[in-house]
Structure formats: structure tokens, C-alpha cells
Design a protein around this ligand. Structure first.
Ligand SMILES: Cc1cc2nc3c(=O)[nH]c(=O)nc-3n(C[C@H](O)[C@H](O)[C@H](O)COP(=O)(O)OP(=O)(O)OC[C@H]3O[C@@H](n4cnc5c(N)ncnc54)[C@H](O)[C@@H]3O)c2cc1C
Length: 389
């Protein structure tokens, strides 16, 4: 097909999808956010609507029933959703990372079995990497999978797992050989559906990121068939996890853009309505300086995010680009949410407005999918590798 025709069809499809997302957000999400957020209530109805929109299969190949979206279109969707209620994007992000682990590293049989069920949202879940004693240093995990005939028996604890309560299946990082050197050679990734020996021990209470469940998961002689080992070969768990996290970082960057943009939009609006000294506060230079900086941050964060998504779509190595986007966009969200609070004065601190939520939600973007300290180290290492002296 002529590439121009293909591109314009793709653009039309993207525009139609983004339009459907905007309408859904305006009609079914925005009016309910304050109530659900403050009750910390799981948005069951919205999850059903997300299934209908195809979001649980957003980046899954159409061959397996997904929408097969590019990372670029996916980032635009996440940005829009995060602008309205960031928590919602967490419900499908780690689910799609689980799916990415299977589609990038799984066997043909695993793809055929799991991906169609992930795509419809019939099976929903997430990614279980972090443990009580380690998050950044994943090679220090202690969850152990021991081979027993044609099964694995798993023991250990995972914590901070998004969708831990409402989800029913997780990509689970384990040690299959705790003595291996280097340590990653003893790591494997399993597909772990809930069942006997797999329990949720705790719902974790949080500063923000309300509505979505974060939980501690305990595995106590949990048995799964050996064919649940992703890729069918031990020792590739860390590689599987890190591959999935590239898309995850683009998602977190897009969430940062959405939050930073929401803080900006609310501030632009409020500053034209609120008057002090006889004029709207947007006419005071002190407020204009804030708005100018906030808008610049949003645009820079957005461009970095789209650049990372473009590199991902082109199949290029993009850990540096995704790292830059995630780092910058999450810091932009933190800075813009604080500035929005200052611009709103006392109302910024009120639960009747959205601004206090942005301020509580934004710091999570600096922690999840690799902390911002680690992102800066990834960027530096890539710089050194790409530009040797
Ligand atoms: C709401 C929420 C949801 C989450 N969802 C999930 C999920 O779905 N699945 C999952 O597996 N995990 C999840 N996590 C866990 C998250 O990924 C970890 O919290 C994160 O990776 C950091 O790990 P840690 O908390 O153990 O911090 P640590 O690794 O203990 O780090 C503590 C501090 O030390 C810094 N640090 C660590 N190592 C270095 C180093 N080598 N050099 C410089 N600085 C360093 C870190 O940047 C950080 O500032 C979630 C966390 C939260 C809060």
C-alpha cells in the first residue's frame, strides 16, 4: 500500500480512537472522579467501559485480539486519561506490561493461550517484581521457584503490586537458581494465575493513587505447571522484566505529561477567574511567570515522551529516550502540581478541587518503573556507551 495512504488511514484511526477516549472521559469518568478518589473506591464500572474500549488489549497484537496500537498512540491515550484521573491508567499499564512479557518472550503456545484472554480483559493482572527487601535491586529478590517434576513450587512475598487484589494473574519474577552468578542468570519470569498457595496478605494504604489497589502477595507452596515459565527457558527473567519496563516507562512519562498538563489547565482557568487587587491574578506578573514555566514543562515533557515512543515503535534501542521522558515528565508533574497549588491559594489545598490530588499523585511517577535516580544513571551510562572518548 502507498505509505502516504497507510499513514493517513492510521492517523484517521488514531483520531477516531482518541475522540472516543475523550468522549468517554468527559461523560463517564470526569463527573465521578472526586467521589471515587476520596472514597478510595475501585472503579468497577469504568473497568467494564475500559474493556469495551479495548484498553486491556491496547498494545497487544491484533492476531491475538488486541488493538495493536503503536507506543505513540498508546502514550496519547495515557496522557488523556491521566489528565482526568491518573489512577485509571495504572489499571491497564501493568496489565499490558504482563502482556508484553508474554508477547516479547513467550512461546507460541503461551501467546496463543494467554494473550487473547489478556486482550479482552477476561484475565486482568499486572507485574510482580518488588519485594519487601528490594525494588531497585531486582537481582536481590528472594522469591524462589523450585522445579518439582512438571511443576514449579513457589515461595516468597511480593509487595506494592498494582492490581494485586482485583487482578487474577501476574507476571511473577522469581529465582530459579539462587546460587547463580551473575545473579540474573538464576532469575525467571512465570505467569502466575491466582490459586491455592497464592494469597493477598494486605491492601496497602497510600498517599495518592487512590481507587486502584496496591497489595502484598504471599506465595506459600504455590504450584504452577512448568509451562507457565515464560519462554520455556530458565534464566531470562530479568531480561523479560526489563524489556516490559521500556513500555512501562513510556506509560509513566505519559502519565506525568497528563498530570502536568491538568495542573496547567486548571491554573490557566482559575487564574482568569480569581481576582485580587482589582484584577484577575493571571494579570499579575508573579503568576504569569509560573504559567509560562508550567506550559514550557508540559510541552518539553510531551515532546520527550513522543520521541521515546517513536524510537520504541521504530524498534530502536530506547532506554535512554524512555529514561529521559520518564525522568523529565514525572519531575514536571511534581513541579506543576505544586505551582498549581500555589496559584489556587487555599483552594488548592481543598478536597473540592482536583489540584490537591495532582500533588499527591505526581511523586509516584518519580518512583514507579525505576526511580528517577536510576533513570539518570541509565541516561549517563547510555551517553558514555554511545559517545566513547
Ligand atoms: C503505588 C505503587 C505502586 C507500585 N506498583 C508496583 C507493581 O505493580 N509491581 C512492582 O513490582 N512494583 C511496584 N511498585 C514498587 C516500585 O517499583 C518500587 O517502589 C521502586 O522500584 C523502588 O524500589 P524500593 O521502593 O524498594 O526503593 P529502593 O530500591 O530501596 O530505593 C530507595 C532509594 O535509594 C535509591 N537507590 C537505590 N539504588 C540506588 C543506586 N544503585 N544508586 C543510586 N540510588 C539508588 C532509589 O532511587 C531510592 O531513592 C509500586 C510502588 C508504589 C509506591
Amino acid at each position: 500500500m502507498d505509505t502516504h495512504v497507510a499513514r493517513s488511514e492510521a492517523n484517521e484511526e488514531e483520531a477516531a480512537l482518541l475522540d472516543a477516549i475523550d468522549k468517554w472521559l468527559g461523560r463517564d469518568v470526569r463527573p465521578h472522579v472526586l467521589k471515587l478518589e476520596h472514597a478510595d473506591e475501585y472503579p468497577h464500572e469504568m473497568v467494564e467501559q475500559m474493556k469495551e474500549l479495548g484498553l486491556f488489549g491496547a498494545t497487544i497484537d491484533p492476531e491475538y485480539g488486541g488493538l495493536g496500537l503503536s507506543a505513540t498512540t498508546y502514550a496519547k491515550i495515557v496522557e488523556r486519561i491521566a489528565e482526568v484521573w491518573m489512577s485509571l491508567s495504572g489499571i491497564f499499564n501493568s496489565h499490558l506490561i504482563m502482556a508484553a512479557c508474554v508477547s516479547r518472550m513467550g512461546t507460541a503456545a503461551q501467546k496463543a493461550h494467554w494473550l487473547p484472554k489478556f486482550a479482552t480483559g477476561e484475565i486482568r493482572g499486572g507485574l510482580a517484581l518488588t519485594e519487601p527487601d528490594c525494588g531497585t535491586d531486582l537481582q536481590a529478590i528472594r522469591t524462589r521457584a523450585r522445579r518439582d517434576g512438571d511443576h514449579y513450587v513457589i515461595n516468597g512475598t511480593k509487595t506494592w503490586i498494582s492490581n494485586g487484589i482485583q487482578g487474577s494473574c501476574f507476571a511473577l519474577l522469581v529465582k530459579t537458581d539462587p546460587e547463580a552468578t551473575p545473579r540474573h542468570k538464576g532469575m525467571s519470569m512465570m505467569i502466575a494465575p491466582k490459586g491455592a498457595g497464592f494469597t493477598v496478605s494486605k491492601k496497602l494504604e497510600k498517599l495518592g493513587y487512590k481507587g486502584i489497589d496496591s497489595a502484598e502477595l504471599v506465595f506459600d507452596d504455590y504450584r504452577i505447571p512448568a509451562d507457565h515459565l515464560i519462554g520455556g527457558e530458565e534464566g531470562r527473567g530479568l531480561q523479560t522484566a526489563l524489556g516490559g519496563l521500556e513500555l512501562g516507562r513510556i506509560n509513566v512519562a505519559a502519565r506525568g505529561v497528563g498530570l502536568a498538563s491538568a495542573a496547567l489547565k486548571d491554573s490557566v482557568k482559575y487564574s482568569q477567574i480569581r481576582k485580587t487587587m482589582g484584577k484577575p491574578i493571571c494579570q499579575h506578573q508573579a503568576i504569569q511567570l509560573k504559567l509560562g514555566e508550567m506550559a514550557t514543562r508540559v510541552q518539553a515533557a510531551r515532546l520527550l515522551t513522543y520521541d521515546a515512543a517513536r524510537a520504541y515503535d521504530a524498534g530502536e534501542r530506547c532506554d535512554m529516550e524512555a529514561g529521559m521522558a520518564k525522568f523529565y515528565a514525572s519531575e514536571a508533574a511534581v513541579e506543576n502540581s505544586l505551582e498549581a497549588m500555589r496559584i489556587h491559594g487555599g483552594y488548592g489545598y481543598s478536597k473540592e478541587y482536583h489540584v490537591e490530588r495532582y500533588y499527591r499523585d505526581a511523586p509516584l511517577m518519580c518512583i514507579g518503573e525505576g526511580t528517577n535516580e536510576i533513570q539518570r544513571m541509565i541516561i549517563a551510562k547510555q551517553l558514555i556507551e554511545r559517545f566513547p572518548a
